[in-house]
Design a protein around this ligand. Structure first.
Ligand SMILES: *Cc1c(COP(=O)(O)O)cnc(C)c1O
Length: 432
C-alpha cells in the first residue's frame, strides 16, 4: 500500500477521542523514538505539545554526550585531536555524508554538510546562476522565505541586473493560497529562453505546499535553465530523491526537522553530472581542495570532485557532533517510514481540525498528501497572534507568521497521535 492509500483508508477510521489516539500510538512502530528526545516541560512539569519542529527541532538526548566527547578530546589531545580524537576532526564531516545522502536520496559524492543555509544558497548560485544578456531570469515563489528572496535579488544585482526584471515571482491565482503545478510549468515555459534558474522551496514554508521537483527540474532543463531547490522545510520531512529528480543543486538547514540545534550547519547537494565540471565558476576555500595535497598549502586550488569541492572552511566540530546524533536517528527510522507516519499524523490533525469546524480558521495547506509533508498552515480569522500566545500559555507550542498564519508541524520522530489529539483539543476549546 502506498502512504497515500494508507492515509486515505485510515482517514475513514479516524476518531475524535483520546482512546483512539492512544491506540494509534500503541500500533506505531516508530513510537519509541520519542524517548530519544528532550521534550520541554511547562511550569507544572507537563510535557509541551510541541508542534514547532519545522521551526526548531527538539534536542536529541545524545547531543550532550556527543558534544561532550569532542570537548573531552579537545582537552586531552589539543591540536592532535584532528587525528587522535575518537572521531578525528579532519574527516569529521565525512561521518555524516552517507546518512545525508540516504536522507535526501542522493549519491555520497553529491552531498556535503557545510556552512549555513543562505550561505550555501549563494555558493550554489555563484556556480549555477550565470546570467547572460538573453538568459538572466530567476523564478521563485512570491511568498518565498525572505532570506531566499534577498539572496536571489542580491545575486541579480551582483551581476548588474535589476531584480525587478530579473526575478519572476510566482503568485497563486486570485482567491487561492497555493500555486497550481500547471501554472509553475507554464511560467517556466513562458520565460523559456530568458530563464536562467528556477529556485523554489521544495516545501513552501508558509503554506506547507510541496512541489513536484522532478517535473519542475525536467521542465527547467527543457527550456535550457537550471533547477535548484531550498529544502529547509523538506529535508527530514519529505521522502526525497534528489538524484533521480535530476535537480542541479539543493540546500537545506539542519535545525528544523533535522533537530541539530539553533543556527546549526546546512547541507548541500550538487548533482553528480556537475561533480567533475571544474570549469564552473565557484568561490573557493581550502576545505574544498584535494585532501591529498591540502596540507601542502600550495597556491593553486585543486577542487575535490563532487559537492565537497564547494567547501570553504574547516567545519565546526561541536555542531557536526550535534547533527550526527540527530542524523543517526533519521537513519535508524528511515525516511520512508517516517513519511508514512508523518502522513498519518498530519491527516489525523486535519481530521480533528475539520471536526472543530466553524469559520474561525481556514486550512491553506493542500489536502492532497502528495503536495504536503508534516505541516498544516492554519489561517486564523481573528486575533491570530493572541490565539497563538494563548495556546502557548497552555503548553501548546506552534509557530506564527505574520499576519495571520499559524503553522502546526507534527514531527513523526517525536510527536505522537496523543500530541495531535491534545493540540486539536486545546485549539477547539479556545476558538470562539
Ligand atoms: C529557515 C529557512 C531559511 C533560514 O536561513 P538560514 O540561512 O539558515 O538562517 C532560509 N530559507 C528557507 C526557505 C527557510 O525555511
Amino acid at each position: 500500500m502506498t502512504s497515500q492509500q494508507t492515509a486515505t483508508s485510515m482517514k475513514t477510521e479516524f476518531k475524535n477521542d483520546l482512546q483512539f489516539a492512544l491506540s494509534m500510538d500503541k500500533a506505531d512502530e516508530l513510537a519509541e523514538f520519542r524517548k530519544q528526545f528532550l521534550i520541554p516541560k511547562t511550569k507544572d512539569g507537563k510535557e509541551w505539545i510541541y508542534m514547532a519542529g519545522n521551526s526548531l527541532g527538539l534536542q536529541p538526548a545524545k547531543v550532550r554526550d556527543y558534544i561532550g566527547e569532542e570537548l573531552d578530546d579537545w582537552a586531552i589531545h589539543g591540536v592532535e585531536g584532528h587525528w587522535d580524537a575518537r572521531h578525528p576532526w579532519l574527516p569529521y564531516h565525512e561521518n555524516l555524508t552517507e546518512m545525508a545522502a540516504r536522507l535526501v536520496g542522493a549519491k555520497p559524492i553529491e552531498v556535503v554538510i557545510m556552512n549555513t543555509l543562505t550561505v550555501n544558497l549563494h555558493l550554489m548560485m555563484v556556480s549555477f546562476y550565470r546570467p547572460t544578456k538573453e538568459r538572466f531570469k530567476i523564478i521563485i515563489e512570491a511568498d518565498a522565505f525572505p532570506s531566499d528572496r534577498y539572496a536571489v535579488d542580491s545575486q541579480a544585482s551582483f551581476h548588474g541586473l535589476d531584480p525587478k526584471t530579473a526575478i519572476v515571482a510566482l503568485r497563486p491565482r486570485e482567491g487561492e493560497f497555493t500555486l497550481r503545478h500547471e501554472d509553475i510549468l507554464a511560467a517556466i515555459e513562458k520565460e523559456g529562453p530568458s530563464l536562467a534558474l528556477v529556485m523554489l522551496g521544495n516545501v513552501n514554508y508558509l503554506t506547507g505546499q510541496a512541489f513536484d521537483m522532478k517535473s519542475i527540474a525536467a521542465k527547467a532543463h527543457e527550456v535550457g535553465a537550471k533547477a535548484g531547490f531550498n529544502l529547509a522545510h523538506g529535508a527530514g520531512n519529505l521522502h526525497l530523491h534528489l538524484h533521480e529528480d535530476d535537480v542541479d543543486f539543493a540546500v537545506w538547514c539542519s535545525y528544523k526537522y533535522l533537530n541539530s540545534g539553533p543556527g546549526s550547519l546546512a547541507g548541500c547537494f550538487v548533482h553528480e553530472r556537475h561533480s567533475k565540471d571544474f570549469t564552473l565558476p565557484r568561490f573557493a576555500g581550502w576545505w574544498g581542495h584535494d585532501k591529498k595535497t591540502r596540507f601542502q598549502m600550495g597556491p593553486q586550488f585543486d577542487p575535490i570532485p563532487g559537492a565537497e569541492g564547494w567547501q570553504l572552511s574547516n567545519p565546526p566540530i561541536f555542531q557536526l557532533a550535534a547533527l550526527r546524533a540527530s542524523m543517526e536517528l533519521f537513519d535508524q527510522a528511515g525516511m520512508a517510514k517516517l513519511r508514512q507516519k508523518g502522513d498519518l499524523l498530519t491527516a489525523y490533525l486535519e481530521f480533528l481540525l475539520t471536526e472543530i469546524g466553524g469559520d474561525f480558521f481556514k486550512l491553506i495547506t493542500p489536502k492532497d498528501i502528495s503536495q504536503r509533508g508534516s505541516q498544516l498552515s492554519i489561517k486564523l480569522k481573528s486575533q491570530p497572534k493572541d490565539f497563538v500566545k494563548l495556546l502557548r500559555e497552555r503548553g501548546v507550542i506552534c509557530d506564527f507568521r505574520e499576519p495571520d498564519i499559524m503553522r502546526a508541524a507534527p514531527a513523526p520522530l517525536y510527536n505522537s497521535f496523543e500530541d495531535v489529539y491534545n493540540f486539536a483539543k486545546t485549539v477547539g476549546e479556545h476558538v470562539s
